[in-house]
Design a protein around this ligand. Structure first.
Ligand code: 5AD
Ligand code: SF4
Length: 524
């Protein structure tokens, strides 16, 4: 059924004839708003409100976007593939390094011209929280700025945005009608012309910038997961570690965990929907502290991990990211005891030098890190280890850098994510002296990557001849190969006579290796 409205105009400034002129403009605005589209092309467009969302950054952001999409769809919005089709354009942003932050401002500049078509822009995520209202100054066409700690308030912010849109359009229309009315009146009465139509842009500014005060997690039943087999569950949000280089404690708020019951209920629901792999997410998953008041039900992170792994229907469980300081032996024991827990631990070290780790305020030294590695290596299962490394932290000497290189050899990582240190706002390391020149950071980055590549060639060769179980992720037409993922989180491309189903599990014999992937043939 169509929506209806009645318009009564009480406006002492206009004569009845001129009120009618004003009404015409106002009615046009309301009708086009009710059609959910800008005034200019209202009759030609689909009637639902549309949005476009682009996500930058980490898995937490990817999953937040799934929740934001679910929330918007529940609020009556329809997701579209291009900015051109959208009424509302959203960017879920990352500010972990300067480059990531700049990307969003480039995007906003690229599409600014679309504001003239009545499109609204919103900035979500870490840049939103970090820059706050300053975004309105840098990009005045933005109407909504919302950090991740405020997503639970999105529905009310969307209503505000819509109401402001109507109010703004009405205000603009009333002014436009008023000007038009006065022009007509002037023409009638005095015969001389007054200024004609004027662009009246109403600046709508809505913010959700809850910061470290909030205790709440963004829990929603409307998560729009993009992959039907593998899905994320957030178990903990925020971070209290305050590593000296990192913006996350400022952008994602304080550490707060979901109850284990709520996490398990979501895992069971996903299993019922046919998901077979779950990835538990958090900035720092092993700082998980179950807020459940019932002591009998309270779980440690390792217990929660095991319990998720025991949910019927779940074949694989992963978790990321771990902080070495909170990484306990019980996690390795859980991996050994529960076959569905994947043989992979991502344990960011950041530097191999205790001196630099200290300056980074990482709360562990090289020896303690290596102790965690020893626990992992002592497991009954062959657990793959990956890490993050920052090169060029202020004051990092050649000796410190050499220690990072020697750590790579000592641990034997299966994969390393390497970053050049990027000074970030609000962080303690911003004020440190002895900045490393960018060319030197770039050189160190190259050296780490080249060394790790050599190590990985040896690392990956050892799987040749092994039979590994993969989850089938898709088919690569160009290469004529199926793409699978091992429990170790390695890509294993393989050939198969009869094509397996995407999302199913298959056993593949490894026949060759590359520095970043394996190749094989389907066994069963
Ligand atoms: N500069 C460079 N890399 C950073 N990371 C976090 N903050 C910075 C920064 N300011 C890296 C760390 C972290 C990963 C997600 O990003 O290695 O583990
Ligand atoms: Fe950032 Fe450190 Fe927290 Fe990780 S643990 S999110 S690096 S502050």
């Amino acid at each position: 059924m169509g929506r209806t409205f009645r318009l009564i105009i009480h406006h002492p400034r206009f004569s009845p004839i001129l009120d009618a002129a004003a009404s015409t403009v106002i009615v046009r605005v309301i009708l086009s708003y009710m059609a959910g589209v800008p005034q200019s092309d209202a009759p030609h467009r689909n009637s639902s409100k549309t949005f476009y969302l682009e996500t930058f950054g980490c898995q937490m952001n990817v999953h937040d976007s799934e929740k934001v999409i679910g929330t918007l769809v529940h609020e009556g919005y329809r997701q579209v593939e291009t900015v051109e089709e959208a009424d509302l354009i959203l960017y879920n942003t990352c500010s972990i390094r300067d480059k990531a932050e700049q990307k969003v401002f480039h995007r906003l500049a690229d599409y600014k011209k679309l504001q003239a078509q009545g499109k609204k822009f919103g900035v979500l995520g870490c840049v939103a929280q970090q820059e706050g209202e300053k975004i309105f100054e840098r990009a005045p066409h933005v109407s909504l700025v919302c950090g991740s700690a405020s997503y639970r308030r999105l529905p009310e912010m969307l209503v505000q945005l819509e109401n402001a849109h109507v109010a703004g359009a009405l205000e603009a229309a009333t002014l436009e009608a008023g000007i038009e009315a006065r022009r007509l009146q002037a023409e009638l009465e005095a015969g001389h012309r007054v200024e004609g139509k004027r662009e009246v842009a109403k600046l709508v500014r809505i913010t959700g910038l809850d910061d470290r005060q909030t205790d709440e997690c963004f829990e929603t039943e409307f998560t729009a997961r993009t992959n039907p087999y593998r899905g994320y569950i957030t178990i903990i949000e925020g971070c209290d570690k305050f590593c000296s280089y990192c913006v996350v404690p400022f952008t994602r708020g304080k550490e707060r965990s979901r109850t284990s019951e709520s996490v398990l209920a979501e895992a069971r629901q996903m299993a019922d929907l046919g998901y077979s792999e779950i990835q538990l997410l958090g900035q720092n998953v092993n700082s998980y502290k179950d807020p459940t008041s019932d002591l009998g039900k309270k779980k440690s992170f390792a217990e929660l991990l095991a319990a998720v792994g025991e949910v019927p229907g779940i074949r694989r469980v992963r978790f990321t990211t771990s902080h070495p300081r909170d990484f306990g032996r019980d996690i390795v024991e859980a991996i050994d005891a529960v076959p569905t827990l994947c043989d992979h631990v991502h344990l960011p070290v950041q530097s191999g030098s205790t001196r630099v780790l200290d300056a980074m305020q990482r709360l562990y030294n090289r020896e303690q890190y290596m102790q965690r590695i020893a626990w992992i290596k002592a497991a009954k299962r062959d657990i793959s280890i990956t890490t993050d490394i920052i090169v060029g932290f202020p004051g990092e000497t050649e000796t410190d850098f050499g220690e990072t290189l020697s750590l790579l050899e000592e641990v034997g990582y299966d994969s390393v994510f390497t970053f050049k240190y990027s000074p970030r706002p609000n962080t303690p390391s911003l004020s440190l002296e002895d900045a490393i020149p960018d060319e030197e950071k770039a050189r160190r980055l190259e050296v780490v990557m080249a060394r790790q590549r050599e190590l990985q060639i040896t690392q990956y060769k050892k799987y040749i001849g092994a039979n590994l179980e993969v989850m089938v992720e898709g088919y690569n037409e160009g290469r004529g190969q199926w793409v699978g993922r091992t429990s170790h989180n390695k890509t294993l491309n393989f050939t198969a006579g009869l094509g397996p189903k995407v999302g199913s599990f298959a056993v593949v014999r490894v026949t060759a290796s590359f520095p970043n992937s394996l190749v094989g043939e389907l066994v069963i």
